[in-house]
Design a protein around this ligand. Structure first.
Ligand code: EAX
Length: 326
């Protein structure tokens, strides 16, 4: 009986093989991100992988490439456009350079809470921006979450914008962020995340800004003594695919990828929340001092970015709409 069963299975397998030589070969999606496996990026990557492999019955496999293994976010987005890398989970930091509309999410002190940010990302505004990426060879699948950005640094406490004077702060390669830090009086230095730890270690820069939990998972406490909860930017994360690769998938495969990305986005938001809640205590235990700050003077100092620059970029109406959704 067993022998017969085995034979039948073997025959079936041979027939499939003969009919379609590629059918048994799984497709592999490389999924790149710059953060570690224990960050919200790792949690989202794992969720995407297990969901897609389950839905596709392992006809599609996902190879996670964490910690900048395939390069910084800007390079990876370029590789997606060229079809060299299949997927990424990336902050929006470098995306505005490719798709101007994404800059809408890069203005300081626009989002007031996580609920506010989620309401916007999950509305027609977030959906339109995801869809618009296709024109730039990027298939935007879902909005995960990086989180509210805070400062970490060495030297005297930063409690008001004047304390930033002359401080070399690494920003992402994003000119609205650069304008924000210039408005605050700092000396911003744009740089890929993959170079930040070494630059902090060598003292080329005094500080950086990111969601506080990334200082735990990337061990920034080894090279930073202070943090200030400036909450200056909300940083979404996009789960995205190379448009060319997406176009080559059949409709079932596209459905599975979309479903898996939606699950991963939810997991990423939950993971960010958990990690962020634990982060202050963990960083304090590692010897860092965390300062609460009055954000009012920071909001005031960046007014020009929200008014003048937003106007130049024709974002005034959209930013007003976003603000009304708080
Ligand atoms: O995507 O470059 C950055 O600071 C990003 O926030 C980080 O790598 C997470």
């Amino acid at each position: 009986m067993n022998i017969i069963k085995t034979k039948i299975i073997q025959c079936a397998a041979l027939t499939t093989l003969a009919l379609s030589p590629l059918a048994l070969e799984a497709k592999t999606i490389n999924l790149a991100f710059t953060q570690t496996m224990d960050s919200q990026y790792g949690a989202a990557g794992n969720a995407f992988k297990s969901e897609l492999e389950k839905l596709s019955d392992h006809k599609i496999e996902v190879d996670l490439k964490p910690a900048g293994a395939l390069g910084g976010e800007r390079e990876v987005v370029e590789s997606l456009q060229l079809g060299i890398i299949e997927m990424t989970i990336s902050s929006t930091g470098p995306l505005g350079n490719f798709d101007k509309d994404v800059y809408l999410f890069d203005f300081p002190y626009v989002f007031e809470s996580y609920d506010h940010a989620h309401r916007v990302l999950d509305s027609h505004i977030g959906k339109d921006i995801l869809n618009g990426m296709s024109e730039h060879q990027i298939k935007g699948l879902a909005w995960g979450e990086n989180g509210f950005r805070q400062l970490t640094y060495n030297g005297d406490p930063i409690l008001k914008p004047e304390d930033l004077k002359g401080k070399k702060i690494r920003t992402m390669e994003n000119w609205v962020h650069l304008a924000t830090f210039n408005a605050l009086g700092a000396s911003p230095i744009p740089m890929s995340w993959t170079e930040v730890f070494t630059a902090l270690q060598q003292g080329t820069i005094d500080g950086q800004e990111n969601p506080i939990n990334l200082a735990v998972t990337s061990k920034l406490y080894e090279v930073q003594k202070q943090a200030s909860m400036t909450q200056h930017l909300y940083s979404p994360a996009v789960i995205a695919m190379s448009q060319g690769y997406w176009d080559g998938l059949n409709s079932n495969e596209q459905k599975w990828v979309q479903q898996a990305a939606d699950v991963a986005a939810k997991v990423m938001r939950q993971s960010r929340e958990k990690l962020e809640n634990e982060a202050s205590d963990q960083l304090t235990q590692k010897g860092m001092t965390i300062h609460k700050v009055d954000i009012a003077p920071f909001v005031k100092a960046t007014e020009g970015v929200r008014n003048k620059i937003a106007k130049e970029m024709e974002f005034t109406e959209k930013l007003a709409e976003i603000k009304s959704m708080k």
